[in-house]
Design a protein around this ligand. Structure first.
Ligand SMILES: CC(=O)CC(=O)SCCNC(=O)CCNC(=O)[C@H](O)C(C)(C)COP(=O)(O)OP(=O)(O)OC[C@H]1O[C@@H](n2cnc3c(N)ncnc32)[C@H](O)[C@@H]1OP(=O)(O)O
Ligand SMILES: NC(=O)C1=CN([C@@H]2O[C@H](COP(=O)(O)OP(=O)(O)OC[C@H]3O[C@@H](n4cnc5c(N)ncnc54)[C@H](O)[C@@H]3O)[C@@H](O)[C@H]2O)C=CC1
Length: 273
């Protein structure tokens, strides 16, 4: 099956890796000046998986099924997954282009928090759903499927089947702000930043507390660095608008994003990488 992935950043590259390893042909769409970086990120991720003995084919064999493009021609794709930044208008625009270029495809958004119903407005809404992957995509076991009122049941069933064929476990969630995962994940992440602002403990000790006390694989501040401070800020702003000021992003988060300290991807966030 041909699958189109729109956006080749942290998530798009990981989703492309997963799809290639699962036998899909992948068309990865990004801006012209991002194409080398996107292909490089997919190749790096596949190389890591190969090192760990997680691939059944050589990375080069899988990469032969990847086309990295800056324009989407008409494509007989079964699935489109968009993973562009967390901005409703941008996501609507790229999905509208994909809806025309791929008339038979399921149109999935990897949004962390935005309303799938709002995203579907002006699109063929029966084909639209949330298909939320987790970072790092090849490693995390979950796909959260988000249903809005207008989605066709067979579209949800197809997305479930594809996710399960890719080795993931699916949860189904109705279209509510932040779904079942980001609402809780961001609540803890924002509180950890407020604790750091208030001098409750150092970043290292806040993280060690949740790692060793609660068995998290990494603490909430390192996790914010992994996700991207800009990504978490966008999600928190949306949740604050929808669910109220308990989600208001802390000043420290805004300040770091304004300085360009976006976490692991820029080398500096709450920690130096
Ligand atoms: C924002 C949203 O909308 C939703 C979200 O995604 S929220 C974020 C959800 N993710 C999490 O909570 C992640 C929590 N952390 C973890 O699970 C783990 O710390 C981790 C998987 C990130 C790393 O685990 P680890 O035990 O330290 O490392 P290990 O498993 O040995 O892997 C080492 C590296 O290989 C990568 N790796 C492991 N298996 C891999 C595979 N099959 N393919 C590609 N890369 C792989 C890991 O990502 C890690 O990458 P870096 O070196 O770049 O850090
Ligand atoms: N970072 C994370 O841990 C997770 C993020 N998400 C969600 O996934 C989406 C993407 O997040 P990231 O991958 O972190 O962002 P990112 O910033 O790493 O990547 C976004 C990519 O989209 C590209 N892009 C921007 N405009 C485009 C356009 N018009 N056409 C094609 N490509 C375009 C950018 O060049 C970039 O490569 C967001 O909605 C985010 O909320 C979901 C799960 C986890």
């Amino acid at each position: 099956m041909i699958t189109v992935v729109i956006g080749g950043g942290t998530m798009g590259a990981g989703i492309a890796h997963l799809l290639l390893a699962g036998g899909h042909e992948v068309v990865l769409l990004d801006a012209a000046d991002r194409l080398d970086a996107a292909r490089g990120a997919v190749a790096k991720s596949l190389a890591k998986a190969a090192e760990r003995g997680k691939l059944t084919a050589a990375p080069d064999e899988l990469l032969a099924r990847l086309a990295v493009v800056d324009r989407l021609d008409p494509t007989p794709a079964g699935l489109v997954v968009e993973a562009v930044p967390e901005d409703l208008d941008l996501k609507r625009r790229v999905l509208a282009t994909a809806a025309d270029a791929c008339p038979d495809a399921v149109l999935a958004s990897n949004t962390s928090s935005l309303s799938i119903g709002a995203l579907a407005e002006g699109l063929p809404g029966d084909r639209v759903l949330g298909m939320h992957f987790f970072n790092p995509v090849p490693v995390q076991q979950l796909v959260e499927l988000v249903r809005h009122d207008g989605v066709a049941p067979e579209v949800v069933a197809k997305a479930r089947r594809w996710a399960e064929e890719l080795g993931k476990t699916v949860i189904e969630v109705r279209d509510a702000p932040g779904f079942a995962t980001s609402r809780l994940g961001v609540a803890v992440g924002m509180e950890a930043i407020r604790m750091l602002e208030e001098g409750v403990a150092s970043a290292e000790d806040i993280d060690t507390g949740m790692r060793l006390g609660y068995g998290w694989p990494m603490g909430p501040l390192r996790l914010t660095d992994l996700v991207g401070l800009d990504v978490r800020l966008a999600i928190a702003e949306h949740l604050a608008a929808e669910l109220g000021p308990r989600f208001a992003p802390p000043d420290l988060l805004r300040a770091k994003v304004a300085e360009g300290h976006l976490g692991r991807k820029t080398g500096q966030g709450f920690f130096t990488w």
